[in-house]
Design a protein around this ligand. Sequence first.
Ligand code: SPD
Length: 352
Amino acid sequence: MPRLFASLLLALTPLLASAEEVIRVYNWNDYIAPQVLKDFEAETGIRVEYRTFSTAEELAAALASGEAIDIAVPSHNDLPALIDNGSIQPLDFSLLPNRKHLDKQLLSTLAALDPSNRHAVPYLWGAVGLAINTPQAEAAFGGPLPDSWSLLFDAEQSARLAACGISVLDAPEETLTLLFNYQGRSLARSAPSRIQRSSQVLDGLRPHLRYIDSERYIDDLSQGKLCVAMAWVGDALAAADAGQPVRFLVPDEGSVLFIDNLVIPASAERADLAHRFIDYLMQPEVAALITAETLYPSGNADSRDFLDAALRDQPGLYPDRDTKRRLHALETVSEKHSASVAEVWARFRDGS
Ligand code: SPD
């Protein structure tokens, strides 16, 4: 190699090395098809640094810390605070031609929290319910189970199930909303003193729980090590997919829905690449791959055309009309209530 060319190459090497494009993605655990990340990297040459969290609390802490994150995935109920405190940035729709595939109904629900859908793209959504390993749970319970949140919130019932393993999601707002709903009340319209008093019911449940965790239960359900778990739909369906006799139940009293969204934090270093990533995920074929892997309904309406018929019609994945009537989107907890919710939860989860 001529000497001049060799020394030029040597001088350029650090520049070439630093020219690698990287995007930092922070998502819920078990919430992507790994193949999609590989395909994105192969097609674009952009390397994905991918990390996961399992609670809304972890995501809130990461966003508040200002660490560089290019894509995050908050739930709909957390959007108003993230927009108000400037933690996430407006999207450039001209870089997102695949927005046309998004579910219009989800967009209209989100517009109430994020006017004109400026900051968030619906990614995956679903119901909160109970994952029940029927043979194990009925054996422990001593007969058929009620389709009710009483399995958790009635201490006499949870005591009967304790031996076969009960778990609760580390999700304070969802759990307290469901408890208040079970009691015929509304968390959003209750006084902070009433929220404090909900500790009494949780104290009755605590000794019967194996743990409060939003990640560990996925493997445990799939290995037959839990009989009743408060669950996000896809995590419950994954256990059935793994061959366990687990069904996903939306109890008679009803439940809440979540819509998880792709957003670009204010701390993003590569908002340009973040838009490319979001647009890539919004291709219907790609969104269908993600639903097939995670077993969560997609925010992409056109992705349904790319799902296997068996999956599209899988009971529980997309709620039927009757189940939909019993579901409502989780409400945003006001600042006035959030301190009480956090206190009750710390006592329940950490005993503090
Ligand atoms: N496996 C984790 C799936 C995350 C589901 N979304 C949770 C929303 C919480 N508000």
